[in-house]
Ligand binder design. Structure first.
Ligand code: FAD
Ligand code: DHB
Length: 390
């Protein structure tokens, strides 16, 4: 099999890239290790920045997003038992965010691709990317129990941090910057309407808690827990009791309901630098991870895909590799900005295992500045709503 761009991974990055290339007449094939049902049900991110929502609209994947997405004009920061609303439009020139789950973004892009898009092969795990430093890279994958080859002009590695693309990077050509935080998130999906119309982020001494949502009827909540936590050690009652303590504020009641899913993920930052080796370009989690506290993972994946698509479309139309040559630098500026914001959100709102009274005062001092009309608050709101995509 041959194609122009071989795309590994059908997450937000790979699917958006395929859609944009298809619309511009650039041939591509997407190879995905898992089956369709698995990819469409995997619970992950929930929040789209304005720029990411606009990319989806522009490529024709905005109908359901506009009908079912929940537009949020602000969120609450909660500490010392009090709520402080952060108003986004007034501090960001009118920008907002939308709650629209990653599962739905992925479903919409897959549906479009299966109607008239380029080939999307499920259950086709890639085992290796070879000859990435040559003009004719190739992808080895397995389909129906048989090993096959996809010859390409370029390979787009959109297969997450454990995929085959990262394994194809020679250690002496790229650097991996990494930080693992000393805490994890226990996330639950609950069959109960959210207790608040907007997101609530609590920086409690016992640890971080977040009230988010997936639909007007389904809540998504998170608790900071120690690394190595087994979700089965947390009964439903224990989870709700702890959420009650950390999210407590005057006049507010947390609604409880049946817990539909529980999982634990470690908070991690990673950046692969540069995001390109020869004719293999990385996008999304394959190139970088951010701790979820800043809600940037899916947004960065979509921004990378847009930048990469522009590079391929320019190269295909003009023969010039100018944009592709600047792909990594252009993405990394945004990526490091997001890393900085996510790091700040994480250390601001979580309680480290060795934290003392001094650390707590540092957090509270910063939180008070962010919840008054200061320049710091405006910068914080801008980063949360997302920097404009250029
Ligand atoms: P992915 O969505 O991971 O897609 C990669 C695809 O590649 C997958 O479909 C995978 O099956 C496929 N693949 C992997 N290896 C191969 C292979 N060898 N061959 C073929 N295909 C392969 N972000 C937030 O903002 N908020 C959150 O609450 C949040 N929660 C998260 C929870 C978890 C458990 C994880 C892992 C991530 C979470 N994120 C969250 C991050 C966000 O979901 C990711 O940043 C986003 O999914 C990145 O999109 P992507 O397309 O780069 O990668
Ligand atoms: C969600 C996750 C986040 O990290 C965040 O900051 C906001 C929302 C979510 O999963 O809904």
């Amino acid at each position: 099999m041959r194609t122009t761009v071989g795309i590994i991974g059908a997450g937000p990055a790979g699917l958006l890239l395929a859609r944009l290339l298809h619309q511009a007449g650039v041939e591509c094939v997407v190879l995905e290790a898992r089956d369709r049902a698995y990819v469409e049900r995997r619970q992950r991110a929930g929040l789209l920045e304005q720029g990411a929502a606009d990319i989806l609209r522009d490529c024709g994947a905005g109908d359901r997003l506009d009908r079912e997405g929940l537009l949020h004009r602000g969120f609450e920061l909660r500490f010392e038992g009090r709520s402080h609303r952060v108003d986004l439009p007034s501090m960001t020139g009118g920008r907002t965010v939308t709650i629209y789950p990653q599962t739905e973004v992925v479903k919409d892009l897959i549906a479009l691709q299966l109607v008239d898009g380029p080939p999307l092969l499920f259950e086709a795990p890639v085992i290796a990317v070879e000859k990435a430093d040559s003009e004719q890279p190739l992808i080895r994958f397995v389909r129906d129990g048989r090993e096959q080859t996809l010859e390409c002009e370029f390979v787009a590695g959109c297969d997450g941090s454990y995929g085959a693309s990262r394994r194809a990077l020679p250690a002496d050509e790229v650097r991996l910057h990494e930080r693992t935080y000393p805490y994890s998130w226990l996330g639950i999906l609950a069959d109960v309407p959210p207790s608040c119309d907007e997101l609530v982020m609590a920086g409690h001494e016992r640890g971080f808690a977040l009230q988010s949502m997936r639909t007007p009827a389904v809540s998504r909540l998170y608790l900071q827990v120690p690394n190595g936590t087994d979700p089965n050690d947390w009964s439903d009652d224990r989870i709700w009791d702890e959420l009650d303590v950390r999210l407590a504020a005057d006049g507010w009641t947390l609604q409880r309901g049946p817990i539909l899913a529980k999982s634990v993920s470690t908070l991690r930052s990673q950046v692969v630098e540069p995001m390109r080796y020869g004719r293999l370009l990385l996008a999304g989690d394959a190139a970088h991870l951010v701790p979820p506290s800043g809600a940037k993972g899916m947004n960065l994946a979509l921004a990378d895909a847009l930048t990469m698509a522009r590079g391929f479309i320019h190269w295909h139309g003009s023969g010039s590799s100018d944009l592709l040559d600047h792909y990594s630098d252009n993405c990394l500026r945004r990526v490091w900005q997001a890393q900085h914001f996510c790091h700040e959100m994480t250390t601001l709102l979580h309680t480290a295992p060795d934290a003392d009274g001094y650390d707590r005062q540092m957090q509270l001092t910063r939180l008070r500045r962010l919840t008054r009309p200061t320049a710091a608050a405006a910068e914080f709101a801008e980063n949360y709503a997302g920097l404009p995509l250029i």
